[in-house]
Design a protein around this ligand. Structure first.
Ligand SMILES: C[S@@+](CC[C@H](N)C(=O)[O-])C[C@H]1O[C@@H](n2cnc3c(N)ncnc32)[C@H](O)[C@@H]1O
Ligand code: SF4
Ligand code: SF4
Length: 499
């Protein structure tokens, strides 16, 4: 069968192959938020590890341009309390971990996975990230995976845990083909841990203070060691809490790296009195983008860092940075539903080609940047913000972006640096003018914004704030666009210097 396939023929969220396709797509006004990341290739990774991560949107920056995750909220119970967590049910419009619209039984969850797989061809990972603890609530987590595995044997399973129950379930985790486990690990020092965890429930007893933190720490390390021994990839989540553990997280990074964690994800504390958490109520602030970046830069020689985490809800669906969960609430899912693999299979074929093309174009651009470099002193990398709705391209209207991908560029190349949220909901703004103020604030330190299209008004307002917004690279690959923009800045600088 010969068939012409483009990513957008499969999903409007993918990256259309031709510029005309892309313009048509944009004109439809698609408004999904974006994906992110810089290319990462196999490098020194052995084949069996690369196979586990190459299509996992959280374990591979490159993959998260193309692949989606879904969380099913089957595990409501938790055995500890964190000062930053409030597990809300029935909440459609808050975007943070622990929040869900509806709790599911394993049977409902399995139906929902099939419904999503039929509609979202990018789907590659099924995760249980609460709203409580996937390992403490193990029976429901395991049952869900058992049911799904029968219908979608190619989907990857992923779980998140605070680690307290973990050592008791490592064998079960391995038996259920779970290749990816996240442990939240906020402190090696029990004095610091005691400021984060008011209590834990362990061996039929409630523990508090330093003792609670010490037990949790020991169980987390035991669980990490056991998983590494079994060859299961472990991601460590650490919540960065200024004045509590921010100065301590470099030590955590060194320890988890030493013990064989695959990735370290240092995430900012999300804190607001309206969330009803202890930290929110006492006014504990989260870190600024600059503080987070400074810590990430400090430890980036250590365990590989995840910088593209979106701190998803426990029922999130879609590419990272978008949440299509409300399209798949249980009232919209048929009682009897069969899986049709056609869209996912087609999508994977197209993505393979697109990824190869992007990698080649990026390598060519980076070689050119190095050739053109005239710098003899250490360069300060420049930051460029990208409006993208996935596919690794500059393909989103400025006005539709609820977040921007931030890339660093210098003559050594283009690197993904993180994302900055700029939506009204997130930062509490109202109205268009307010929104532009919020965006300008969110883009602090950024030298330019690249997008698919921008209106005159926002373009002028951002220009006055010293941030040019350009649509010259519409629908091109992100890395090649950023590289071309940087080369133009350098050429302009040289012209001025010789004039
Ligand atoms: C909701 S938890 C569920 C999984 C598991 N119970 C755990 O804590 O690892 C998922 C992740 O969200 C993080 N999290 C929860 N509330 C947060 C907040 N207010 N700010 C930042 N991260 C938060 C947790 O630390 C954890 O890494
Ligand atoms: S362990 Fe996870 S679910 Fe439990 S309170 Fe902490 S963040 Fe919330
Ligand atoms: S919370 Fe972070 S690690 Fe988990 S699914 Fe979302 S992006 Fe991936």
């Amino acid at each position: 069968m010969s068939q012409i396939i483009s990513l957008d023929s499969i999903s409007p969220l993918g990256s259309p192959v031709t510029v005309a396709d892309m313009r048509a797509e944009m004109d439809k006004g698609g408004c999904s938020s974006s994906s992110c990341g810089s290319s990462d290739a196999q490098g020194d990774l052995p084949d069996h590890i690369w196979d586990k991560i190459k299509d996992h949107p959280c374990y591979s920056e490159e993959a998260h341009h193309y692949f989606a995750r879904m969380h099913v909220a089957v595990a409501p119970a938790c055995n500890i309390q964190c000062n930053y967590c409030n597990r809300k049910y029935d909440c459609a419009n808050e975007s943070r971990p622990g929040v869900v619209s509806e709790r599911l039984t394993p049977e409902d969850a399995a139906r929902k996975v099939i419904a999503v797989a039929n509609e979202v061809p990018q789907l590659s990972v099924l995760g249980v990230a609460g709203p409580g603890d996937a390992v403490y609530d193990w029976r429901k987590t395991a049952k869900t995976f058992e049911l799904v595995e029968k219908k979608l044997p190619d989907i990857k399973f992923c779980i998140s845990t605070n680690g307290l129950a973990l050592p008791d379930y490592v064998d079960d985790i391995a038996q259920h083909n779970i290749d990816h486990v996240t442990i939240t690990f906020n402190a090696l020092d029990p004095e610091i841990g005691a400021q984060i965890y008011p209590w834990i429930y362990y061996q039929g007893k409630r523990w508090t203070g330093r003792d609670a933190a010490q037990i949790l720490l020991e169980r987390q390390l035991e669980g990490l060691d056991a998983l590494v021994k079994k060859g299961i990839l472990v991601k460590i989540n650490s919540v960065m809490i200024p004045g509590v553990n921010d100065q301590h997280l470099a030590e955590v990074n060194a320890e988890v790296k030493k013990r064989g964690a695959f990735l370290h994800n240092i995430m900012p504390l999300i804190s607001d009195a309206a969330h009803g958490t202890h930290f929110g109520l006492i006014g504990q602030r989260g870190p600024s983008a600059a503080e987070l970046k400074s810590l990430q830069d400090k430890v980036s020689d250590g365990t590989k860092l995840m910088k593209h985490c979106r701190q998803c809800r426990a029922d999130a669906v879609g590419l990272l940075g978008e949440d299509r969960g409300q399209e798949f609430t249980m009232d919209k899912i048929a009682a009897d539903i069969d899986y049709n693999p056609e869209k996912r299979d087609l999508y994977r074929q197209v993505v393979e080609k697109e990824r190869e093309d992007r990698r080649r174009a990026t390598a060519e651009m980076e070689a050119q940047l190095a050739v053109n470099s005239v710098s003899t002193v250490a360069e300060q990398p420049m930051l460029v913000a990208i409006a993208t709705k996935g596919g690794g391209r500059v393909n989103q209207h400025f006005g539709h972006a609820t977040e921007f991908q931030i890339y660093e560029v210098d003559s050594h190349g283009v690197r993904f640096s993180g994302h900055r949220r700029a939506d009204n909901y997130c930062v509490g703004g109202y109205g268009e003018d307010d929104r532009l103020d919020i965006i300008i604030k969110a883009l602090e330190g950024v030298s330019a914004v690249l997008c698919a299209k921008v209106g005159d008004c926002p373009k002028d307002t951002l220009a006055q704030a010293g941030i040019p917004v350009l649509d010259d690279y519409a629908f091109e690959y992100i890395e090649t666009s950023v590289g071309a923009w940087y080369a133009a800045q350098m050429a302009c600088g040289q012209e001025k210097a010789t004039a």
